[in-house]
Design a binder for this molecule. Structure first.
Ligand code: S3P
Length: 170
């Protein structure tokens, strides 16, 4: 277990909250590499997240996700965009906490998440509105355990990055 804070920023939040868009800009501003967990998983498998869900199922995806996370937490300094379900898994939560990096929840209202995800077709857990809402509500208590919360509704990635930089984390 590491007792000092590592130069890691984890962006937490539901699908469509802007974790990747914010992460790219934040990393540029920090002068740190940006790592997108979903992209690391896809590169490692040579398959899209959707294909992994379809061919191997969600439990297998969660195992791959945990293994990929365990690799990238060693890459400080970095800004890391988690997947929407990453922080919810106890093993990931514990691993993240052990690194003592900063966890930032991009809190975006449900309607906006729904609108944004409706425009894209790359999310296996995006189906109908009701199941999307149930998943969102089920995950809120987990996201609330992030150290910092940024209101991400109706705001551009640039504005959100400015607010994160003002936290003066590193
Ligand atoms: C998931 C979110 C996705 C991706 C996978 C599962 C989830 O990431 O990891 O489809 O469980 O919410 P994004 O939040 O980047 O869409």
């Amino acid at each position: 277990m590491n007792h000092h804070r590592q130069e890691l920023i984890y962006l937490v939040g539901f699908m469509g909250a802007g974790k990747s868009s914010v992460g790219v800009i934040l990393a540029q501003q920090m002068g740190w590499p940006f790592i997108d967990l979903d992209t690391v998983i896809e590169a490692g498998q040579g398959a899209t997240i959707r294909q992994i869900f379809e061919q191997a199922g969600e439990p297998s995806f969660r195992q791959l996700e945990h293994a990929a996370l365990a690799e990238i937490v060693r890459k400080a300094p970095a800004v890391i965009a988690l997947g929407g379900g990453t922080f919810v898994q106890k093993a990931n939560f514990n691993l993240i906490r052990q690194t003592r990096g900063a966890t930032i929840w991009l809190d975006c209202p449900f309607e906006e998440l729904w609108q944004r995800c409706s425009m894209m077709d790359n999310r296996p857990l995006f189906r109908d509105r009701q199941t999307f809402l149930e998943l969102y509500e089920q995950r809120l208590p987990h996201y609330r355990q992030a150290e910092f919360r940024i209101a991400a509704g109706g705001r551009s990635p640039e504005e959100i990055v400015q607010e994160i930089l003002q936290l003066g984390l590193f």
